[in-house]
Ligand binder design. Structure first.
Ligand code: HEC
Ligand code: HEC
Ligand code: HEC
Length: 184
């Protein structure tokens, strides 16, 4: 009986296919249960990562990472306040073992033309992050009053203070962080 044998044949092969599916399903299930819980494997987007390995497991969500840092009047992170309040402790250099140089506590007044309060340039926060030769003598000659300044060349030309401010340091739109000293 040709027809019946054909039906039997179909029955066996579908049983084998079904068995293979079940075996595959079981494998996936076992593998899944052998995996550690998700929280130790992946970052929790609401938590700051704990220090230590694995180092690649960093939380890159600024809402979380920058959450506890002080802000300036424009709402930007105030990195100067952050280091003064011990909220951050950057290493002195990326070269291991290189000694850290103490910041240089020395202000220079820069009188403005016109009504704007005068500018006070603080060496302290700058030399906390930078070396003297990042500025002297290529950007600023090391002598009070020896450098030409104008707000236009700073903001539009990206010269002098504008080499960093508005690029890697706080924004030029925050006038009162530089123009601090009211005219007498
Ligand atoms: C990173 C520091 C910094 C910031 C931020 C800053 N200024 Fe100045 N500003 C200076 C310096 C330095 C001078 C040069 C002083 C001089 O010779 O007049 C100056 C000069 C000026 C002058 C005098 C005229 C001129 O063109 O030199 C005006 C007006 C002025 N700024 C307005 C502003 C306003 C408005 C803002 C905010 C939108 C601002 N500044 C933000 C550093 C800054
Ligand atoms: C971010 C830039 C920057 C860095 C970094 C910097 N300076 Fe200055 N320095 C200035 C500016 C701006 C002036 C003011 C010049 C002016 O009045 O035009 C100045 C002025 C000076 C003056 C002249 C003071 C005077 O009364 O004539 C000395 C000295 C000086 N700096 C020493 C240093 C030393 C030492 C370091 C490193 C420990 C250093 N600076 C790092 C920007 C910088
Ligand atoms: C070589 C880069 C560089 C140059 C040039 C530079 N700054 Fe800065 N400045 C910084 C950095 C970096 C900080 C600290 C980080 C921040 O506040 O964003 C800073 C911080 C400051 C602060 C500290 C504000 C506070 O709250 O204590 C003032 C004020 C300031 N800069 C003014 C100036 C003025 C005025 C000039 C030009 C005469 C100038 N800077 C030129 C890089 C620079």
């Amino acid at each position: 009986m040709k027809k019946q044998r054909y039906v039997w044949g179909l029955g066996w092969s579908s049983l084998i296919v079904l068995f293979l599916f079940l075996a595959l399903y079981a494998c996936v299930k076992v593998q899944k249960s052998a995996m550690p819980p998700a929280t130790t494997e992946y970052e929790d987007p609401t938590q700051i990562p704990q220090p230590g390995p694995p180092y690649a497991r960093a939380n890159r969500d600024p809402e979380v990472v920058l959450h506890d840092l002080p802000r300036d009047s424009k709402g930007a992170v105030d990195w100067v306040k952050a280091f003064k309040e011990n909220k951050i402790k950057p290493t002195g250099s990326i070269e291991p073992g290189k000694p850290d140089i103490d910041p240089f506590d020395f202000n220079v007044e820069i009188k403005t033309i016109g009504e704007m309060p005068d500018v006070v340039f603080p060496h302290y926060p700058h030399t906390y992050w930078l070396f003297c030769n990042n500025c002297h003598p290529r950007i600023f000659i090391m002598k009070k009053g020896a450098n030409p300044y104008s707000m236009i060349s700073i903001s539009e030309g990206g010269e002098s203070c504008g080499r960093c401010h508005g690029r890697v340091a706080f924004s030029l739109s925050n006038c009162s962080r530089c123009h601090v000293k009211p005219k007498e």
